[in-house]
Each structure stands twice: as structure tokens, then as C-alpha cells.
Design a protein around this ligand. Structure first.
Ligand code: ADP
Ligand code: MG
Length: 248
């Protein structure tokens, strides 16, 4: 294997983001390497979603740089659509098209963006539905699926674009507790298949078991980061201790 022509899959440097005079990210530095799973935790409003959205420039940073596979996302010359097509994103709300079947949800972007033939797109869709354990739902409509199944479809849809990396923003937060496990199991398989992942989550068990690194954010800064087992069992910072005492 040849080594990639970049240092990190995701490289965030001195990132600031303000909305008006509300500075939400106050100088974030961190990176994610190829095949690494980085989990991000922190209180509501600490800037986790904004950070994730700055990575694919759904939010434009006020200052600082974001490199994805070595490409500077903040450089006006960069073809954002090209880089974005290598980044899969899964949100808390599944955002499936309600009027399309599961398969059509998975083939739409493949056909439009990847210009795949109908047959190729369908083949790829069915392959990815099998990966998330839902090949029998290929012709169902989203409304007939549970929340957990819809989220697995959303993951399969992202995978159908064959991304190099995946960003998850609280993928299980909207789910009934009994449905969370199936979604986490799919994410765990993805991780063990070597997918590069950044996961904002409140699932500490997942972070501990699957994460290579855990990042604790508070008020727009990274307060603490490190090995998940270390951070969770022996948090160094008072704010981390306080947060973990509420969620663990
Ligand atoms: P988290 O995901 O950690 O809960 P967010 O990144 O969603 O935090 O939000 C951090 C702060 O940024 C919040 O105070 C929120 O109100 C503010 N914020 C987020 N997005 C916007 C926006 N589009 N416009 C104005 N303020 C925003
Ligand atoms: Mg959020």
C-alpha cells in the first residue's frame, strides 16, 4: 500500500467560529487519522455540531483552517463538492425523503452526483442495505420503518457514496432506547472495517469500546482529549469530571 499524500484525514487548526458576536468555537486544534474513530462529547451548546459542520463547510469558519485529506476546505480555490463527496454525514434526524422508497433514497445521490447507471446504483444500494441488515426493506417507505431502521438506512445511504470518512452528529439521540443498540452495532462494524469516523455522541459505552480517542468539548474549546478509557475513568479536568458525573 502506498501511504497517503497527507498528514491527517481531518486536520483542524486554530478554528474559530462566531455567529454575530457569539463566539461558539474559540480555537480548536485536533486531528483524525485514517481509520481512526474519534468520539466527541460535551454539554449541549458547547459547539460540537458547529465543529462537525465546519469540517465540510456547512458552516464557514471565522478563522483557522480545516484540511480534509490534505485539502484546505477554507481555501476559496477548493472544489468543495469534490471533497464533500468523500465525506459521509449522518445526523440526529435521519432526513430520508419520505416520498421515496428505501432503495430510491439510496440511489438518488449516486445517480445525480456519481452519475451511476440505475443498475449500478441499485446494486450498490442493496449491498449497503445488507451491511446495515435491512436488505428486506429495499422497497419500503421510510414511514413504515422504525427510527432505528431509518437511521440505518441513512447510514447505508451515506455509504452508497463510498465516502473515505464519516461524520456522525448524535446519530442515536432521537431513538427510543431499545433501538439504539442496532445503530451502534452498525457503526461498530463500520469502525472495525477501518472507516475513519468522527462521532458526536452521548453513548459513553460506544466511546469507550469503539473510540480510539475521546474529545471533551466545553464552551467552544477542547477541555480534554485522550484515550477514551483514560478520559472516562480518570478525567483530569474539573469540568470533565462534572460532565461525566451527570452522564455516566
Ligand atoms: P452542540 O452541538 O454542542 O449542542 P452547537 O454547535 O449546536 O452545540 O451550538 C453551539 C452554540 O452555537 C449555541 O449557542 C447555538 O445557539 C449557537 N449556534 C449554532 N448554530 C447557529 C446558527 N446557525 N446561528 C446562530 N447561532 C448558532
Ligand atoms: Mg449538537
Amino acid at each position: 500500500m502506498t501511504s497517503p499524500a497527507y498528514d491527517h484525514a481531518i486536520d483542524v487548526q486554530k478554528l474559530h467560529k462566531s455567529f454575530g458576536d457569539n463566539e461558539v468555537l474559540k480555537g480548536i486544534d485536533f486531528h483524525v487519522d485514517d481509520g481512526e474513530v474519534v468520539c466527541v462529547i460535551g454539554p449541549s451548546g458547547s459547539g460540537k455540531s458547529t465543529l462537525l459542520r465546519c469540517i465540510n463547510q456547512l458552516e464557514v469558519p471565522t478563522k483557522g483552517r480545516v484540511l480534509v485529506e490534505g485539502v484546505d476546505m477554507t481555501d476559496p480555490e477548493t472544489d468543495l463538492n469534490d471533497v464533500r463527496s468523500r465525506i459521509g454525514m449522518v445526523f440526529q434526524s435521519f432526513n430520508l425523503f419520505p416520498h421515496l422508497t428505501v432503495t430510491d433514497n439510496l440511489t438518488l445521490a449516486q445517480r445525480r452526483v456519481k452519475k451511476r447507471s440505475k443498475a449500478d446504483a441499485r446494486r450498490c444500494a442493496l449491498e449497503n442495505l445488507a451491511k446495515v441488515g435491512l436488505e428486506d426493506k429495499a422497497d419500503a417507505y421510510p414511514a413504515h420503518l422504525s427510527g432505528g431502521q431509518q437511521q440505518r438506512v441513512a447510514i447505508a445511504r451515506a455509504l452508497s457514496m463510498e465516502p473515505d470518512l464519516m461524520l456522525f452528529d448524535e446519530p442515536t439521540s432521537a431513538l427510543d432506547p431499545e433501538l439504539v443498540g442496532d445503530v451502534l452495532a452498525v457503526m461498530k462494524t463500520l469502525a472495525s472495517d477501518g472507516m475513519t469516523m468522527m462521532v458526536v455522541t452521548h453513548e459513553m459505552g460506544f466511546a469507550r469500546e469503539v473510540g480510539d480517542k475521546l474529545v471533551f468539548m466545553d464552551e467552544g474549546v477542547i477541555m480534554e482529549e485522550g484515550d477514551p478509557v483514560e478520559v472516562l475513568s480518570n478525567p483530569q479536568h474539573e469540568r470533565t469530571q462534572e460532565f461525566l458525573s451527570k452522564v455516566l
